[in-house]
Structures are given as structure tokens and as C-alpha cells.
Design a protein around this ligand. Structure first.
Ligand SMILES: [Zn+2]
Ligand SMILES: [Zn+2]
Length: 287
């Protein structure tokens, strides 16, 4: 087995791609950054800030801080509404473009939802028809597309690890397709990460379903809700129903070797610094 490379841990940065954002990330001790390329709750596509983006990319590269883009929350390639699907593709194209400028490794998009289970089969087909051309269009320096399984509401295309099987199959196991695993979502979808060995079982199943090397990013969020709730309410690591120890287990699994870990929980500078320090302690404890 190759030697273990520690996972960089970092934050979702709300100050999108600005020098002050990078200063903030450094102050909390972030070793990786995720950000939105545009307003996460709207469809508007901002004018490109080419000079600022190039400066941000260079600063992150100098510091060896990997960057990821999270697509807007409204994106739903499986929507039964044509207008939503069309706007979703445009938003993803923008996230990919800006991600390329920022030197991002991946663009995270939520596995969509059919809204009503009656639409499920066509939802998978729509996802294929919209996502495959995007995957095929990715230039060598463009970020990969990382599907994030959801918490499980609204007839999801993928919430559980098993759901990723049919999704990867319709997308032909495209080489530019990866997975972003959100621990809060996985727990809400029914994966019992809280019990001893629960993280190992889930990650083993993930590797078996999508293959080695597909897990490209982890969202380390605890949950405010019980196992299988299908609710997506993040809690700070160690303060929710998952607890602290499963996050230590996460760092020990071979599938997470060198895979960046991002916290997506609110809080000011002190809270975020505390959360990253906790994660680094768990990561470095057993090395
Ligand atoms: Zn997400
Ligand atoms: Zn997430």
C-alpha cells in the first residue's frame, strides 16, 4: 500500500475568491478551500473578474492550497422542469469556466432529484443527457465534476452509496467523474457513520460501487438530525448526532488518502479555527 498522505483540511469560503478571503482562510488554518463561483441561491451569472481570479489562483498555487467550486444549490439536472435543467447546465458551465480560471480541482454538484418518484427513470436519463456532454467537454486543465449524494429528500438520483452505481453506469464511468461525500448527507440517507466501524463500512461500499480513486472530496459535517432523517441540517464536527470519533475513522480509511476535507458549517473565525484544529488532531493522532 502506498504511504499515507495526510488529507488537507479546509473551509467553505464565503468571501468568494478575494485576497481577503485567502487571508481569512490562512487565519483559520485552512489547507484547502471550497467556494461558490456565483450566488448559490440564484441563477445570475456574474461578469468575469479575470485579473482577480488569476491572482487568487496564483496565491493558492503558491501556498499549495487545493481549490474546489461548489455549484449553486438550485442546480438540478434531474428536474422535471425544462427551464430548471437548462439553467442548471448554464450554471454548471459557468462553475467549470471559473473553476478553470481559479485552478480548481473539482466542481461539486448535488446529485439531482426527480421531485416525484414517478419521474425517477426519466430523471436518470436527463442527468445522463445533460452531464455526459459536460464531462466530455472538460479541457485538461478544467476541474473534474464531483457528484455529491444528497440527504435523500425529493426522489433523489443519488443519496446512498448504492445509488451511485446506476448513476456511474449511465455516465459510462466517465474518467472525469468523481464523488464528493458529505458525512451529514450520508448519515441522513441512512449510512450509520456513528457506530464503530460505520465509516469503514460506508467507504468500503463506496469503493466497491464506484471504484478506487473516485472519492475526490469530503464534506465533514456533523448532523443535527437522527440517522436516516433525510434532513440536511449540518452541525459542527463533534457536536451533532454523528459525534467526533467517526471523523477520526474517516482519516484512517485508505480511500481518503490525501483527499481534501472541507467543513461546511457556519461560524466565525474562532469557531472555524477550532473545528479545523480538531480535525487536524484527529487526522494526525494515529499517524
Ligand atoms: Zn453540497
Ligand atoms: Zn456538502
Amino acid at each position: 500500500m502506498p504511504p499515507r498522505k495526510p488529507s488537507p483540511v479546509g473551509i467553505h469560503l464565503l468571501m468568494s475568491g478575494s485576497p481577503s478571503g485567502l487571508t481569512y482562510a490562512e487565519r483559520v488554518g485552512a489547507e484547502a478551500i471550497q467556494l461558490f463561483a456565483s450566488n448559490p441561491r440564484g441563477w445570475a451569472i456574474p461578469r468575469p473578474a479575470l485579473v482577480a481570479d488569476a491572482a487568487f489562483a496564483e496565491a493558492c498555487m503558491e501556498r499549495r492550497v487545493p481549490v474546489f467550486i461548489h455549484a449553486p444549490y438550485l442546480v438540478n439536472l434531474a428536474s422535471p422542469t425544462l427551464a430548471t435543467r437548462t439553467k442548471s447546465v448554464a450554471a454548471l458551465r459557468h462553475s467549470i469556466e471559473r473553476g478553470s480560471r481559479l485552478g480548481a480541482r473539482g466542481v461539486v454538484l448535488h446529485a439531482g432529484a426527480a421531485i416525484h418518484s414517478a419521474n425517477f427513470d426519466s430523471a436518470l436519463t436527463e442527468t445522463r443527457e445533460l452531464l455526459l456532454p459536460l464531462l466530455d467537454s472538460l479541457a485538461d486543465n478544467a476541474p473534474d465534476l464531483l457528484v455529491e449524494p444528497t440527504a435523500g429528500g425529493g426522489a433523489p438520483v443519488a443519496a446512498t452509496v448504492a445509488d451511485l452505481g446506476p448513476l456511474f453506469a449511465v455516465l459510462g464511468h466517465h474518467p472525469r467523474l468523481g464523488v464528493c461525500l458529505d458525512t451529514c448527507h450520508a448519515y441522513a440517507a441512512g449510512h450509520d457513520l456513528a457506530k464503530p466501524g460505520g465509516v469503514r463500512t460506508t467507504l468500503n461500499a463506496l469503493v466497491k460501487t464506484v471504484g478506487r480513486g473516485r472519492l475526490k472530496l469530503i464534506h465533514a459535517n456533523d448532523s443535527k438530525d437522527p440517522l436516516g432523517s433525510r434532513r440536511d441540517r449540518h452541525a459542527r464536527v463533534g457536536t451533532g448526532t454523528i459525534g467526533t470519533e467517526p471523523f477520526a475513522e474517516l482519516f484512517r480509511h485508505p480511500a481518503t488518502n490525501s483527499v481534501p476535507v472541507i467543513v461546511e458549517t457556519p461560524g466565525g473565525l474562532d469557531e472555524q479555527r477550532h473545528d479545523l484544529t480538531l480535525l487536524k488532531t484527529l487526522r494526525d493522532r494515529d499517524r
